[in-house]
Design a protein around this ligand. Sequence first.
Ligand code: ARG
Length: 583
Amino acid sequence: MFRSQLTQRLLDAFTSAQIEIPEGFAPSVVLASDTRFGDYQSNTAMALGKHLRTNPRALAQTIADHLKVDDLCEKISVDGPGFLNFTISKPALQSHLCDICQSDRFGVPTVTEPRNIVIDFSAPNVAKPMHVGHIRSTFIGDSLARVARFLGHHVTTDNHIGDWGTQFGMILHGWKTLLDHDALAKDPIHELVRVYKIINAAAKDDESLREVCKAELVKLQQGDAENHAIWTECVRLTMIQLDKVYDTLGVTFDYALGESYYNDALGPLVDDLLAKGIASVSEGAVVVFSDGSVKPEEDPFLTRDKDEWKAAPCIVRKSDGGFLYPTTDLATIDYRINEWKADEIWYVVGQPQQLHFRHIIAVTQRRGIDVKLVHVAFGSIQGEDGKMFKTRSGETVGLLEVIDEAIDRARTAAAEKDPSLSGDALEEIARIIGCGAVKYAELSQNRMTDYKFAWDRMLSLQGNTAPYLINAYVRTRAIFRKLGEDFAMPAALQITEDAERGLAMKLAQFAEATHDILIDHRPNTLATYLFELADCYHSFYEACHVLNSTGITRDTRLTLCQATSRVLKQGLNLLGIQTTERM
Ligand code: ARG
């Protein structure tokens, strides 16, 4: 918030100094890289000086002379070749602290131009094994939705379940020949996947089996009553089980419109693409080819094969009349724009689907549709050995298994640490710590890196982990329990010690950490911030007595504890992580 205020003042200074800002040039203020000179800095005079061919230091001085920041800064200085440095004043920090303690925005301003954003995440496939990509997508998507909402955007979350695909040919045949009904009742997803895997493996070198499955699929697509009933049941059972997991995780969706929802829109969509000349018929299929409008290196419809560029078309209808994954996604875009007035759609889907989304984005552009489509991609998760990630029981991992195991491990750890815990209280802590640990392990990573899934590390009370941060929160609460009363905002504050100032400054940067997430859809910016905040708090706590101090000093320190408590809780909440009052 200081950053955005200072940026605005900088712009005002340009106006009052009558310096014209060249096109495409945005004056900016950032956190100081070296805090000896100030809290924030601007390199604008240097960049602009070069551009305008004037002495950057003189330009910085002119800007400084016109800056009106008395209410925010105790000092501004021009240093080195033309840096502008800003030191925030204690009164400004104190008033911001009050804001953090009293407002439900925690001192974080909303965006000036709210957008209608649809976030497409999680999206597992019915009756197919879930994979780690669905875990990453669920956590990243949920966090981005929380952040975008908190910042004032209009967010619609949609779980685009894969409930209509060629896997149903195998599932239908498996259901009719292999299904164990008791197992299905106990754990439907597991049983459906078991059946799918068997048929899928057998079909690999059995042409006639493939034909049988295909015939089942065609019957389903043509509306055969029996097959349709089985399909409905598969989706229903899967959704019940998934909803339980989402519930445990505290993840919600405004809609869960699966792929099947768009079936009726696919034919007309393909006709439209043909009519507009965007798609053409090729060997009986309907496809979109390159239109040559961009360089081959940037063209998603071309691929390099040795020295030649070859067509990499997007197929929207197969020669047998079947529609494909891209067709559904294109129809889904129309729906989201018509029904939800989407300005932006964010797809939180793994990096391997990059080409698919480049196709979708390019076709949408060619259709002249004005919407911002973003593929929020991510890398993969490996086991601790760097190989494919497996659970304790040796199975490949889906969301369900990971959450169960995380809660198990957290329960064991919590019961060891505090043997008096039992029953519902233990369960609640195990759920919060277990889910929190797995989510944080994900969200503290740069989403594009492949990371190793290390149970012991993520559940550790030390280091950059959820248990460490939740524990920091618990420690802030412990002070008020000892105090024996709730926090009440004191009439006046006075920051004196460096450790107090350092913590107050860090707390004020919550606003920036939160806004920065959306620059590149990276929740790890916030995770890093929270970890640093907890560190700052520990330094403060070591340097300053809280309950043993008196008067305005005590009031100020209690306010710092309260503000830290609130920011930690809200920050974790934006990552989808709950806190507990004790642990
Ligand atoms: N069901 C897909 C999969 O598991 C992910 C869907 C992502 N969303 C989308 N609109 N394509 O790979």
